[in-house]
Design a protein around this ligand. Structure first.
Ligand SMILES: Cc1ncc(COP(=O)(O)O)c(C=O)c1O
Length: 398
């Protein structure tokens, strides 16, 4: 009986994989998982052709910075390729502690913990601090990793409409509960390019005793003094309980961080499964992030260039009357409104040598099918002009 049950469910999963509609469509139209043959800065080679990368999160353009590359190489020579263990057991090294201290100092928090992926950090930020019986108020457009953490936490989740403090107030007022409360937001929403209305949200959180979790994966390096992020941009330093984020964007590495007071970080180290049971950040990963953090503080030209490029790019798109969903940051969606239009636009850009990412419902709200683009400090003026020409061509293909 057990055997027949096992073989039946095994067959069921295989059939599910074979018949899956989303997978069939992905393989048919092939918009994802393109393996580029080479890269230098914003130029990648795909299918033998050079293309301008217009959708990476290398906001400050540091992935090819000589100091960042040298730091990664040196760390690997000194520490080997991996610690092959979790921080709690055999995987802690002096370079982890140093990176955490530097990140905490930069963000103005007492402490910090780094993980091998931003996804782990942000998932830990919600799963660890919310628990069954708590009420979590969450912007409905937060990233998948925050939702995953919330699901694991078993807390009650109340969503409010995107970036809408008035609705948050109404949802809190309608929730008659003396339970512990959390508020979960992003600093910059990566798909929309919107900056959180953090001043209002912080006020509501303070009035209602909410523990606030802010995922600043796309605000870090982009907003605030020297790229300190969304909290610093609004002058709210010390007013947000926890900032989490990724090292795979402005920090030109991989990994993530959770920054908060010492007692919050020590609690994370005791209770977060993602922290306890996952291997530590590798030497080169940590060294690249730390070198980028230093470049952010000593070479302001990258942040300046990022914003100059963002202004130029936005002017190009405005001229073409493209709908950018009121993006305020270097992450700029181009909303096409249907899967078909988004696909045609994406394909025409590709034909013209511009690499972007197609994002369609249910990954975005219905009617908001879009291509996601992002500006980097390392785009040249000439590249942005070429992008403009490609966009004009793609528009004619709709
Ligand atoms: C808002 C947000 N949080 C977290 C992550 C996860 O970061 P990572 O890609 O470093 O795992 C991402 C990545 O896309 C993100 O956009």
């Amino acid at each position: 009986m057990a055997l027949s049950f096992f073989s039946k469910s095994h067959q069921g999963v295989l059939a599910r994989c074979r018949d899956d509609y989303a997978t069939k469509m992905r393989l048919k139209y092939a918009p994802y998982y393109h393996a580029m043959e080479s890269q230098h800065g914003t130029i990648v080679q795909l299918d033998g052709r050079e293309m301008i990368m217009l959708s990476s999160n290398d906001y400050l353009g540091l992935t090819f910075h000589p100091k960042v590359i040298a730091a990664g190489q040196a760390a690997m020579l000194k520490w080997g390729t991996s610690t092959t263990g979790a921080r709690i057991s055999n995987g802690s090294r002096a370079y982890h502690v140093e990176l955490e201290e530097r990140l905490a100092a930069f963000l103005g928090t007492e402490a910090c913990h780094v993980h091998a992926a931003g996804y782990l950090s942000c998932m830990a930020a919600t799963s660890t601090f919310a628990q069954k019986g708590d009420v979590v108020f969450a912007d409905k457009n937060i990233h998948s990793c925050l939702w995953d953490g919330l699901r694991l936490s078993l807390a009650t989740v109340e969503r409010f409409s995107h970036n809408n403090p008035d609705e948050l107030r109404a949802v809190i007022a309608a929730t008659h509960s003396s339970a512990a409360k959390l508020l979960v937001l992003e600093g910059v929403y990566s798909m929309e390019g919107h900056v959180a209305r953090l001043r209002e949200f912080a006020e509501i959180a303070a009035e209602n005793g909410c523990f606030t979790v802010l995922d600043d994966a796309h605000g870090f390096g982009v907003l605030g003094r020297q790229g300190r992020g969304t909290v610093d941009h609004f002058g709210l330093n010390g007013k947000i309980d926890l900032i989490c984020g990724s090292m795979s964007k402005s920090l030109a590495s991989t990994g993530g961080f959770v920054a908060a007071s010492r007692e919050v970080i020590e609690y994370l180290r005791s209770h977060s499964k993602q922290t306890i049971f996952s291997a530590a950040v590798s030497p080169s990963q940590a060294a690249c992030a730390q070198a980028s953090l230093e470049v952010m503080q000593t070479e302001p030209e990258h942040l300046e260039r990022l914003w100059a490029n963002t202004r130029k790019y936005r002017a190009i798109l405005k001229n073409l009357r493209l709908d950018t969903w009121e993006s305020e940051t270097p992450a700029v969606p181009i909303v096409l409104g249907s899967k078909e239009r988004a696909f045609l636009f994406w394909r025409a850009l590709r034909e013209k040598g511009v690499f972007t990412v197609l994002s369609i419902a249910p990954a975005v709200p219905p009617g908001k099918d879009l291509i996601r683009t992002a500006v980097s400090a390392s785009h040249t003026d000439a590249q942005l002009d070429l992008v403009g020409e490609a966009m004009a061509y793609a528009l004619k293909k709709l």
